[in-house]
Ligand binder design. Structure first.
Ligand code: IVH
Length: 685
């Protein structure tokens, strides 16, 4: 009997390995060696055995790629190592400047670069524990993403387990999920045949397929993956420094059966970078996947470390983007849209034109000055440009083709939506509606922003619904959303009982949020997501934010006088305070903490501590280290004395280091400083 079980396990193992090997040959190498019929037979045999012996099913069995049940919502995953972004270069001069900065930073004449296509897909992080695929997440805001493990498992070019005897204890593979151009065309044909909406481009199709709550839908779409790097790595057998270059890391990933772009190379010096760019640009149309440029990365990892990061991007890498695409079309008319802050934006209505992978029907004209400067008139033949995800814009007019009856445009002096006066303040380029939240357009935008994914994340609350609830005066403020009943929702157009109940649930779920999201959701002028995060981290509570003066706010790094004033003005408005009270009363809540700002109320954790910095810190710039220490209430001084509490020592420290040793002052390296800063940040009230 025991022997039978052992034989059975062995048989299942053989089938699993053969199936996954086939997946690898088919989806990664593009070189299948097994007939489809044989593959299907093995798959069915494995399914049957697992059906008969459910206890022998393993997580990494290829059968587990499909059939997972839909989830109600994605949960959040905090990246253990943030997923940063790349700076862009748009021409040779910017690449040259990048290469110069790198050479100067490393004090060398020529640098080896790993060069790669820049995939136009979605960044994901895949975490393997002891060789088993455990979790996968979207990039999100770089710090937290969504747990899309079940969806990623359906992608057959992603290994479920690593084909090595001693896998690392932890391996985070970073890369991009894409839809191949051929699969995109097939998907759109299918959508068309079923009377469903076509996707604008492969990137949107990949995004739409990956962010499905039902992994069954993701599985029905052909997605693929390309690895471009390793995030976190922990291994007792093979220390990370056995890889001394990025190209070795890519080879290592290839060895683990991850797809890596065939076009990756290592080249030296600026001319070779530009040659690579030209070569890839020439191949672009023929490549099986969409790209929007190439990426240059310093190849030697120790050199990467030496260069470090500046704000949220590495100094050792850059994306060289292809120029934006342009097309010629006719300007049919100019509409005026009212934004969340009342800004009136003239929007060009265009004869539909295909540019940069999508059909464009609207383009921004920014403001009245821009229209005048470009001398745009209704009926003109115009050049439209679209780059990446950026809103298309009108570049210029082909004046020679102007029809005799082309009409000129004047900015309205009243809001086209609510009729309130529109004013243009001195020094500002835009006119604004003065109707505030009485203007339905502003109210709609404010509510859409409040509910948006990065804010309160009320899933399904889109513009069609917001149009109705605002127009019917069911919702006037964000707080009204939390008072919406099932009946009110079910009575709306295009709302079946099921979708109404989903909506109620989504609204209910959003009540539990974070302080940073809540601050962002309020839609305070000049307070974007990053600022909202800074405010939440430094102040720790909404009341402290509401009470802070402009001076106090300016003590927080990255907060200048304009942002500070917008915040003060926002909370000075009685209406805004009232809505916040109502939101709290409706049960919107988040966790608060003591905050880390020296300036505002709370006890600063590094209060009274004096630091001296010496030598180059490996990743943090001296300025950044100083800012962080000061934000926590510490002081940074230029010389070491008995009163110095800590000396932070980098590479090539000066005499300050000797003095610190002499005076027996505590010495920290960058990691020590980071943990001191980090542990202060997590102080709870
Ligand atoms: S390396 C520190 N390599 O571009 C960031 N990124 O702006 C390291 N991307 O969201 C990223 N192709 O998903 C890298 N060959 C490539 C890439 C690539 C596309 C995306 C990436 C990220 C964005 C960076």
């Amino acid at each position: 009997m025991n022997e039978d079980i052992e034989n059975l396990k062995l048989r299942m193992q053989v089938l699993r390995t053969a199936i996954e090997l086939h997946n690898y040959r088919y989806y990664v190498l593009d070189n299948p060696t097994l007939p489809d019929a044989e593959y299907d037979r093995m798959f069915r045999e494995l399914q049957q055995l697992e059906h008969d012996h459910p206890r022998l099913i393993t997580n990494t069995s290829p059968t587990q790629r499909i059939g997972a049940a839909p989830v109600a919502a994605f949960s959040q995953i905090t990246h253990r190592l943030p997923m940063l972004s790349l700076n862009n270069a748009f021409d040779a001069a910017e690449v040259e400047a990048f290469d110069r900065r790198v050479r100067e930073g490393l004090v060398v004449d020529s640098v080896d670069y790993a060069v790669e296509p820049k995939f136009d897909g979605l960044a994901v992080s895949l975490c393997y524990e002891y060789g088993v695929f455990k979790t996968g997440a979207t990039r999100g805001d770089g710090y937290t993403g969504e747990d899309i493990t079940l969806n990623l498992k359906t992608i057959k070019s992603i290994p479920l387990s690593l084909p090595v005897i001693h896998p690392p204890a932890f391996l985070e593979v970073r890369g991009e999920v894409l839809m191949l151009k051929a699969d995109f065309l097939k998907l759109n044909q299918r959508q068309l045949a079923r009377g469903e909406k076509e996707f604008a481009n492969p990137r949107n199709a990949a995004a739409g397929s990956l962010r499905q709550l039902d992994p069954g839908i993701t599985a029905s779409r052909q997605l693929t993956f390309f690895a471009y790097g390793v995030g976190l790595y922990e291994d007792e057998h093979l220390p990370h420094d056995t890889h001394s270059t990025h190209s070795q890391v890519l080879n290592y990933l290839t060895g683990l059966h991850f797809p890596v772009a065939r076009e990756c190379r290592v080249v030296s010096g600026l001319p070779a970078l530009l040659n690579y760019f030209d070569a890839i640009a020439a191949q672009r149309e023929r490549l099986p996947y969409a790209i929007d440029g190439v990426v240059y990365k310093v190849n030697v990892l120790s050199q990467q470390e030496k260069l470090g990061f500046v704000s949220r991007a590495p100094r050792f890498a850059i994306a060289h983007k292809f120029p934006a695409e342009e097309a010629v079309t006719e300007l049919l008319g100019i509409d005026v849209q009212v934004g969340r802050t009342g800004a009136l934006t003239p929007v060009a209505r265009l004869k539909p034109v295909f540019v940069g992978g999508v059909t464009v029907t609207n383009a921004t004209l920014h403001n009245a000055d821009e229209i005048e400067r470009k001398d745009v008139r209704i009926g003109d033949i115009v050049i439209v440009r679209r780059a990446g995800d950026v809103i298309p814009e009108i570049v210029s007019v082909i004046v020679e083709k102007r029809p005799v009856n082309a009409g000129s445009f004047t900015m309205p002096i009243v809001c086209p939506v609510c009729g309130a006066k529109a004013v243009r303040l001195p020094g500002e380029a835009v006119s604004r509606c003065t109707g505030g939240l009485f203007c339905p357009a502003q109210r709609k935008q404010a509510i859409l922003h409040f509910a948006s994914r990065r804010a309160m994340d009320i899933e399904g609350l889109g513009d069609k619904l917001v149009d109705q609830i605002v127009d019917q005066a069911i919702v006037r403020t964000p707080a009204d959303l939390y008072r919406l009943g099932l009946t009110a929702l079910a009575n709306l157009e295009r709302m079946a009982e099921k979708s109404a109940s989903n909506m109620v649930q989504a609204i209910e779920r959003s009540k539990r949020t974070t302080l940073a999201r809540f601050i962002y959701a309020l839609g305070i002028r000049n307070v974007g997501e990053a600022t909202a995060k800074d405010l939440a981290a430094h102040l720790g509570s909404l009341d402290r934010l509401m009470q802070a003066s402009s001076e106090q706010l300016q003590q927080i790094p990255d907060i200048g006088p304009i942002v500070a004033q917008s915040i003060v003005d926002f909370f000075a408005e009685a209406h805004n305070r009232e809505v916040i009270e109502q939101l709290r009363a409706c049960g919107v809540h988040w966790e608060e903490h003591a905050g880390i700002s020296a300036s505002v109320g709370a006890m600063a954790p590094l209060n009274g501590k004096t630091f001296v910095l010496t030598g180059t810190l490996p990743t943090m710039s001296r300025e950044a280290a100083k800012e962080k220490i000061e934000a926590l209430g510490g002081k940074v001084s230029g010389s070491v004395s008995k009163k110095t509490d800590y000396v932070v020592v980098g590479i090539d420290p000066g005499s300050k280091y000797d003095k610190a040793v002499h005076l027996d002052v505590a010495i920290l390296d960058e990691a020590g400083l980071a943990s001191l800063l980090g542990s202060s940040i997590s102080l709870k009230e």
